[in-house]
Design a protein around this ligand. Sequence first.
Ligand code: GLU
Length: 385
Amino acid sequence: MKLSSYVESVSPSVTLQFNQKVLEKLAHGEDVVKLTAGEPDFPTPEPIAEAAIEAIKAGKTKYTAAAGITPLRERIAKKLKKDNNLTYSTEEIVVTNGGKQALYNSLKAILEPGDEVIVISPAWVSYEAQIKLCGGVPIYVEALPEDLYIPSLSKIEKAIRKRTRAIIVNSPNNPTGTVYPEKFLKGLSELLKENRVIAISDEVYEKLAFDEKHISIASFEGMKELAIVINAFSKAYSMTGWRVGYLAARKEIAKAVVKIQGHSTSNVNTIAQYAALKALEVETDYMVKEFLGRRAYVSKRLEKMGLKFSFPKGAFYFFVDIRNFLGKGVKDSFEFCVELLEKARVGMIPGSAFNMEGFIRLSYASSIKELEKGLDRLEQFIKNI
Ligand code: GLU
């Protein structure tokens, strides 16, 4: 059967595929270590779960505005002001089904077929697919490990052409853990203003900026009209399954996104919206502290194994160089991860999913016990290659 050429142009999400493989093995009682998806292992904090139960009991189970409930949008506006120095009104905020929908609907709202979107590579797997599904063309600008995955502004400038509509800026970064410094973001904002290019700023790992302060590119002078800020509750509050995210953008874009949602999904699950409202009052420093301990542990272990990586300043990933092992029984990062899963029972994600061959991504959003087990197995696995 002939399917839409947009759908034919993309492959299924590799992060979700590998994660699913691990989950199936676990469901069959197999002893597998899951270091695949970026999904915090903490339970969703109790007050958030309680707020959802209260919402059900209070009968808050009907449709809401497609853009989301007003108290949540007001509270998000307050958060953006306080944490990010961004001024957005309630009408400029849209509650979405996770960060993914915020991103997809933003692209849908701004792209004409053939418009180009710059993606800094390595990049999260779904950027390319979403751009293509919206009729756009991804244009990759490479960021190298030796530059700590911060691309040069001149490379970005060269990638800007007549059809360039937007650039995706993801800091803290998935998969590299890079947190873009102020100097780079400021320079980039100047470039974008000069060329009238929109910054789609994916800030879902904002709370996990450890050694470098998280700065939103939307906060630089004159950037509000050119920025779409994307955020979500998944990583920050361990709410992956609740599917609540949001975007903040100038009115025309926010309105366009509401129009898309009004015809496609309507509002985000009402109960989950009330849970998200509560989440913004919940302290999650204990998670951040735990992640810091895990990062230190993983870094020590990888170093001891002689594996190379650029030390991640944020998010909860290590992007590990496996180029030395390729051609010796495994041909690429995909095969490496398949073998690692089948033979050593550890799930990780191949770098090729992030448009960078020769690397694998390890998520340390798992307990120290699991990390220890997974790293012991990885150590053994690479000894046998
Ligand atoms: N964003 C997470 C990751 O990169 C979850 C899976 C996905 O949505 O790709 O692992």
